[in-house]
Design a protein around this ligand. Structure first.
Ligand code: TRP
Length: 337
């Protein structure tokens, strides 16, 4: 029996933060170590082009994200780790799928609908103002990412379920016309994974500017942790751990026993300053080793690049022949001689 294939893309915008680590990086690194399934992880740099035209920022983010995944010990012998734009078969497949995807399906995509709603809210006469074809057909590029590698399971956040379903739809349409070439993918939502809040208590996200980047120097990490919003309860007053960002972050990293002991300290009225100091010490220690490795990698981009090129070669060993098969199925390419 062949192994299940997991595949997920990481959009190259921004600097990886604690929320990314807990939600996506840590579980992916764990799976990369298992030989029970095959995993594909890639930098979705074509996707980031939809959101930003800042070339230097895109480069920097690609470098930071790959250094982060490698620093935490991604097993790149098991998992295939590559950059989307190093696999030219993906944009080629994107065009083929664009011709199979219903426009009505794209009209229903959340990201597009949200952009239209935003225009309407602002009284714009053109509901499509500022919306590129890239944003509009984003789900088709994502379908190509997934279908190219015959992935079975797509570990994503809830906001991406719709995109995976669209990939499935498009694959079915293709298969219906040209035969069973594509595997139908399924989204996999890991309910055990915590969604972390940021400095202001809202979900930790680059768009809220409330993140704690993973590899800040100790001093800066401490400063950020001291900024996490708490309430005005005095030392000695019992505190509620349940809706507390500080506790939530601690729990996402600590062992269950350590979290239980922190809960007791909350009930016993720990001072916010002490709780923050404990969180800082815990994280600083947890991150020390990977941070060192990260800094090394950031200073040696050649090492990162070698990994990515090796990944791209492995990916293309699969994508090249598969694209040939697809081209043949739809009547493109050379004439029989
Ligand atoms: N759209 C995904 C996100 O914003 C990133 C992504 C691109 C992706 N291609 C993918 C995720 C393929 C899973 C599979 O998070």
């Amino acid at each position: 029996m062949s192994k299940l294939r997991y595949l997920t893309g990481i959009t190259t915008t921004g600097t990886p933060h604690l929320g990314n680590y807990v939600g996506a990086i840590r579980p992916s690194i764990e799976s990369s170590k298992s030989a029970d399934f095959e995993s594909f992880y890639f930098l979705a740099d074509y996707h980031s082009l939809i959101k930003s035209y800042d070339a230097a920022a895109l480069q920097q983010s690609s470098r930071e994200i790959s250094a982060t995944w490698l620093a935490f010990g991604l097993n790149t012998d098991n998992a295939i780790f590559y950059r989307q734009s190093d696999v030219p078969e993906i944009p080629e497949l994107t065009w083929i799928l664009t011709c199979m995807a219903a426009k009505g399906l794209m009209n229903r995509a959340h990201a597009y609908k949200a952009a239209v709603a935003d225009n309407e809210e602002h009284g714009e006469r053109d509901p499509d103002k500022g919306i590129t074809m890239g944003l509009y057909s984003y789900p088709i590029l994502m379908a190509a990412d997934i279908l190219m590698f015959k992935a079975n399971k797509i570990p994503v956040g809830k906001d991406q379920i719709q995109h995976v379903e669209m990939a499935r739809d498009i694959a079915q349409r293709f298969n219906h016309h040209f035969g069973e070439h594509f595997v139908l993918p399924e989204a996999e939502i890991n309910e055990d994974v915590a969604v972390l809040n940021g400095l202001d208590g809202r979900k930790m996200s680059k768009s809220y500017n409330n993140t704690i980047p993973l590899f800040e120097p100790s001093k800066r990490l401490r400063k950020l942790i001291m900024k996490i919003k708490t309430n005005s309860l005095e030392p000695g007053e019992p505190k509620d751990h349940e809706h507390c960002t500080l506790f939530q972050i601690y729990q996402a990293f600590a062992t269950p026993e350590q979290a239980a002991s922190m809960r007791e300290q909350y009930a016993a009225g720990i001072a916010w300053g002490d709780a923050k100091q404990q969180l800082f010490e815990y994280l600083d220690n947890y991150l020390a080793e990977p941070r060192e490795r990260y800094n090394e990698l950031m200073a040696n981009p050649g090492e990162i690049e070698r990994e990515l090129q090796r990944g791209a070669e492995r990916a293309r060993d699969l994508s090249r022949p598969f694209l040939q098969e697809l081209r043949h199925a739809i009547g493109l390419g050379g004439l029989p001689i």
